[in-house]
Design a protein around this ligand. Structure first.
Ligand code: SF4
Length: 377
């Protein structure tokens, strides 16, 4: 099975108020060069240790971060050329690049389109309101977000996704979520993701909330916003194919869908994770250590059958395909029987519904998926 390839670019210009991802400011040309070399050294190691030195044909490529669009296109064309010693990119089904609107000039995007195999952009817009963007410490305006989408189209990128955040608003501001979605509709992108704002430990948002400087949606409002999001998606012709992901005309995110279906992937870069069937391997979230020795901080674990089963059920129930009998057959008869017992119970409660291939959470209960999934553990 051809794996996905993920490359983590852990650099950002500033830290967004809610961000718990691994990213660092202070990118210099020296750091950039050193990080690029480290990625190639790690790729050489993974190629030898996991694939016996044979060239691997990834099905998907995903360059994420951080803010990949902070680095010049030269960096990526050089990196992908270097990686071609270990990976053959000729059969990619999808190649995605995460970007923030402030870096997406027409020149940049034109070069990216013509000098790399990247054909899909995932643009972090989050909100079209400047007031929200300031509050979130984002580095762009709403106008720049719209311009970035226009620039992407002019440069040849038709396969676009944008990210929005909900749960930002208190009762008095709640109409802004609807307004954000109608501005999204005007962009008419084939795919979007909408994530609930979560309060990660150690973030600026956590401090602001502790000091009472901001108010965000409570659980009741959050659920209402999600239900409105589902209604919007239907009316605007998007399929809610995963709890946070919406696509028109089968433009599913292939790379992420493979994560949810427990397919293998290689992750390169500081803090990146890889998954090889039943083994997970990851690098420390330490940029300096990674650049000094990109394989020195590797850790790994072999997942038990029960771990794999739990992960599969948890992620599959978040999708429109749900838990598929064909995939479930990979597990022991005892786990299959456990699943069947709990599935029957959850169907009785209206939390699960049968499909031709298995079981899924009905759309009206999708917001409650994580709570339903833990019943299977
Ligand atoms: S751009 Fe993304 S990775 Fe960077 S700080 Fe903001 S949310 Fe985090």
């Amino acid at each position: 099975m051809n794996p996905g390839l993920y490359i983590h670019i852990p650099f950002c210009r500033r830290k967004c108020a809610y961000c718990g991802f691994f990213s660092r400011a202070g990118l210099t040309p020296e750091v950039q060069a050193s990080y690029g070399k480290a990625l190639l050294r790690e790729a050489a190691f993974v190629s030898r240790s996991e694939y016996g030195g044979t060239v691997v044909k990834p099905e998907t490529l995903y360059i994420g971060g951080g803010t990949p669009s902070l680095l010049p296109v030269d960096f990526y064309s050089g990196l992908l050329e270097g990686l071609s010693e270990f990976f053959d990119f000729s059969e990619l089904r999808e190649a995605t690049f995460e970007a923030n609107p402030e870096g997406l000039s027409e020149d940049y995007l034109h070069a990216l389109y013509h000098r790399t195999p990247i054909r899909r952009l995932s643009i972090g817009i989050q909100s079209f309101f400047d007031e929200d963007l300031k509050r979130l410490n984002r580095g762009h305006t709403g106008r720049e977000a719209v311009q970035a989408v226009e620039n992407a189209r002019k440069s040849g990128f038709g396969n676009l996704s944008v990210d929005l955040i909900f749960g930002l608003y208190n009762e008095a501001e709640k109409s802004r979520w609807k307004e954000n979605l109608s501005r999204l509709a005007a962009l008419s992108v084939p795919h979007f993701s909408a994530y609930a704002l979560t309060v990660e430990p150690g973030t600026l948002l956590e401090k602001q909330l502790e000091k009472g400087m901001v108010k965000i949606a409570d659980e009741v409002l959050l659920e209402k916003e999600y239900l409105y999001l589902q209604q919007f998606a239907h009316e605007a012709g998007y399929e809610a194919y995963e709890i946070s992901n919406f696509a028109r005309a089968d433009k599913y995110a292939v790379h992420n869908t493979n994560y949810w279906r427990a397919r293998p992937y290689v992750g390169l870069g500081a803090s990146a994770h890889s998954f090889f069937g039943s083994r997970r391997v990851w690098n420390a979230a330490d940029l300096t250590a990674y650049m000094a020795d990109p394989v020195g901080s590797k850790q790994g674990e072999t997942l038990t059958e029960k771990d794999l089963y739990h992960e599969y059920v948890m992620t599959a129930l978040r999708t429109v395909w749900g838990v598929e009998k064909e995939i479930l057959r990979r597990f022991s008869p005892a786990l299959q029987a456990d699943f069947a017992r709990q599935a029957e119970r959850q169907c009785g409660l209206g939390n699960l519904e049968p499909t031709p291939k298995g079981y899924r959470v009905p759309e009206a209960r999708r917001f409650l998926t994580d709570g339903i999934a833990v019943e299977f553990f």
